[in-house]
Design a protein around this ligand. Structure first.
Ligand SMILES: [Zn+2]
Length: 484
């Protein structure tokens, strides 16, 4: 069975070189490339995100509207990693970033230790400005896949100075602790090092608004990831401090736009975290915030048509789906609308749930935070799980958030396959000059070749043979570490 995967993992045929047409045309050559990633978005999350956006703001996802644009190229991508049909974000971003598949958890490094050169430094040497924008830690796997080379994605303290070494012009996201002398193990003051190299260093939305346009920019707006949009809505003071993904994207474009060429990655990184937590309200809210950042990029492209936009995800997370509920499935739509009643993320609730004083207290907490007072029997069963009195039959659902997600399925109609990533071909939309290259089913590694070819960069990293094909490991029903 495993051997049969060879064609799935193999490289797609190289597309014919794009004709250099008029700028702005799909066959043309871009001056700018913007790569947008809604991290951890299943097809079902996309479907539900469109319905949620309609309910929340009266119009569906802009991303989905692009599927109807005659000039847009719409396709699917095989995101598998070197060792698995199910990728993590490090291997996924490395495949785009270096054109080589790597083992999950590593960033731009082959299993034998050979280092791969990612897009960030390659484009920098070719005279392109570079930017990374995310709602996660700026050192997290997806941004790092474009500009860092480390054995383990967990080496955030090593990734932070690599961005400086490559002089990535714009860095906006979370992860302040990895730059802060007081928090770093080696006590290096990376903020000072960045300032010395000509960066403006900011930590609030206000400072971001006042930062000079003509300097390199490092913005870290939280110690770790930026809070979920859902939680920020309840905390206006914090909301004022933390810029939205759209605001960060706008700030990045301001600093990049006067360059002849730039490459910008924009990540809605916490769609994935909502999926890991089996928290559909948090995930869909993050997807709508991502869609607003996409809107900023589309506005930019209207002004500067020599811009290629590529909008995609790296993998699915959690496998959520809206189920048929009730007679003739007539309850599904009203249940789905309950998602709008969620006022806090599961992440914000996780510390409070184990402390509740019995069934009534749990019903009150969930009623206030999520708009759902579970019936006594269900609340009691959930509390018994929290108190470790039973374990789920499927090991992939053994977590507080995961069981809270299943409890909330009674209220939302949305249940989950696990709290882990899913292996699925993902959607990709390309729009603007160079988009023609993306026609047809793509391999993740093709993206690197498209970007480098479009930029006139002649560089190929070494590749390693797929591990799942040559050394299948013993199948096991145990679920290991959850990679983000
Ligand atoms: Zn993840």
């Amino acid at each position: 069975m495993v051997a049969g995967l060879a064609t799935v993992g193999g490289r797609a045929e190289e597309p014919a070189p794009a004709a250099c047409g008029a700028s702005g045309r799909p066959g043309g050559q871009p001056r700018h490339i913007i790569h947008l990633v809604a991290d951890g978005m299943c097809w079902s999350t996309f479907t539900m995100g469109d319905a949620y956006a309609r309910l929340k703001r009266g119009r569906g996802l802009r991303w989905l509207e692009l599927f109807r644009a005659p000039e847009a190229v719409v396709t699917t991508v095989n995101m598998r990693s070197l060792n698995s049909m199910v990728t993590d974000s490090a291997a996924a971003s490395s495949s785009w970033g270096s054109g080589s598949r790597v083992v999950n958890g590593t960033l731009n490094m082959l299993p034998d230790g050979r280092k791969l050169r990612p897009l960030g430094p390659l484009f920098g040497e070719a005279g392109w400005r570079r930017g990374l924008v995310t709602t996660t830690e700026i050192t997290h796997a997806t941004p790092a896949g474009f500009a860092a080379t480390v054995k383990s994605r967990g080496e955030a303290e090593t990734i932070a100075p690599q961005y400086l070494a490559h002089r990535i012009e714009v860095l906006l996201g979370g992860g302040r602790k990895f730059f802060d002398r007081a928090k770093r193990k080696d006590h290096t003051d990376l903020f000072a090092a960045y300032r010395k190299a000509g960066y403006t260093v900011v930590q609030t939305a206000d400072e971001l608004g006042r930062a000079p346009v003509r300097s390199r920019l490092l913005g870290t707006f939280a110690a770790s990831h930026l809070p979920f949009g859902l939680d920020l809505d309840q905390d206006p003071d914090r909301r004022r401090e933390v810029p939205t993904l759209a605001a960060m994207t706008r700030a990045a474009l301001k600093r990049l736009e006067d360059a002849d060429h730039f490459l910008l990655q924009v990540e809605g990184g916490r769609v994935d975290h909502g999926g890991h937590a089996c928290d559909i309200a948090a995930a869909l809210r993050e997807l709508v915030d991502f869609d607003e950042a996409l809107e900023v990029c589309l506005e930019f492209q209207r002004r500067v048509p020599e811009t290629l936009l590529v909008i995609t995800t790296d993998h699915g997370t959690g496998g959520p789906a809206l189920n048929g509920v009730g007679s003739k499935y007539g309850d599904s739509s009203p249940l789905f609308a309950h998602i709008l009643g969620a006022r806090r993320s599961f992440e914000a609730l996780e510390k409070e749930v184990p402390k509740v004083a019995g069934v009534g207290d749990l019903q009150r907490l969930l009623g206030e935070a999520l708009g759902y007072r579970p019936p006594e029997e269900k609340a009691a069963a959930f509390l018994a799980f929290v108190e470790k009195q039973w374990k789920p039959l499927f090991g992939g659902m053994d977590g507080l958030g995961m069981q809270l997600g299943q409890l909330m399925a009674n209220h939302y109609g949305v249940s989950w396959t696990s709290g882990a990533h899913t292996g699925e071909y993902v959607p990709l939309v390309a729009l603007g000059p160079g988009a023609a290259r993306f026609r047809g089913f793509q391999q993740n590694t093709d993206i690197f070749r498209h970007y480098t070819d479009l930029a006139g960069i002649d560089y190929r990293n070494p590749e390693a043979p797929l591990l799942a094909e040559c050394a299948p490991s013993a199948a096991t029903a145990e679920f290991g570490e959850l990679l983000a």
